[in-house]
Design a protein around this ligand. Structure first.
Ligand code: FMN
Length: 179
């Protein structure tokens, strides 16, 4: 069973379409934009000693939920040269989660990431940004970059209409499911 999380702000864009494409009946998709979430703000770093002041929003629950699935796949678009803010909000809140849960390996052994962006030449740090999750771990090749410019796709075009992209994603998912 897979848990797929879309970090896109837009409904039915490339992240959502790919999420639908790679999931089947028993899998689950979370659209983070629809959840009750908070970024790290208006607090006194309570997470370092006690609990995050936003412990009851959706994020802590999603981190816990990740451990109930065989594979967890993040779908993250590039906004203004970086991963979307929804991704950073989710990521920074792991400070609270991992301060209280000794299960970093349980999370990352399930974790795979697809980054959707223009091209590697203009943004060489986009994909390595996601690879930070796996530094010092035995896991490699967990991040797939989909470069829109290679297929002359514009911002709002549908990447899955490009056969080569569909094939690339399908082959990647076969390997994810095999691991
Ligand atoms: C606010 C915003 C900023 C963006 N900035 C970039 C960018 O800097 N480079 C790029 O290649 N694409 C950029 N894009 C395009 C998105 O990466 C692209 O539309 C992607 O498909 C978005 O994911 P979605 O289709 O799931 O919404 C931007 C899109 C938005 C909405």
């Amino acid at each position: 069973m897979k848990l797929v999380i879309s970090f896109s702000a837009r409904e039915n864009g490339n992240c959502d379409q790919i999420a639908n494409h790679i999931t089947s009946t028993n899998d689950k998709i979370i659209y983070l934009r629809n959840m009750n979430i908070h970024s790290c703000m208006n607090c006194n770093y309570e997470c370092f000693e006690g609990e995050c002041v936003y412990r009851e929003d959706a994020i802590y629950r999603i981190y816990n939920e990740m451990c109930n699935y065989d594979k967890v796949i993040f779908l993250v678009p590039m906004y203004c040269g970086n991963p979307s803010s929804l991704y950073f909000i989710f990521h920074e809140r792991c400070q609270d989660y991992f301060m209280h849960n000794d299960n970093y390996d349980e999370i990352i052994k399930r974790l795979y990431i697809i980054g959707i962006y223009g091209n590697k030449k203009d943004a060489p740090d986009f994909i390595p940004c996601f690879e930070k999750w796996f530094y010092g771990s035995p896991y490699s090749n967990r991040v797939l970059g989909i470069e829109r410019h290679l297929y002359h796709q514009k911002i709002a075009d549908s990447l899955l209409e490009v056969e080569e992209v569909k094939r690339q994603i399908d082959n990647w998912i076969i390997n994810v499911e095999k691991e």
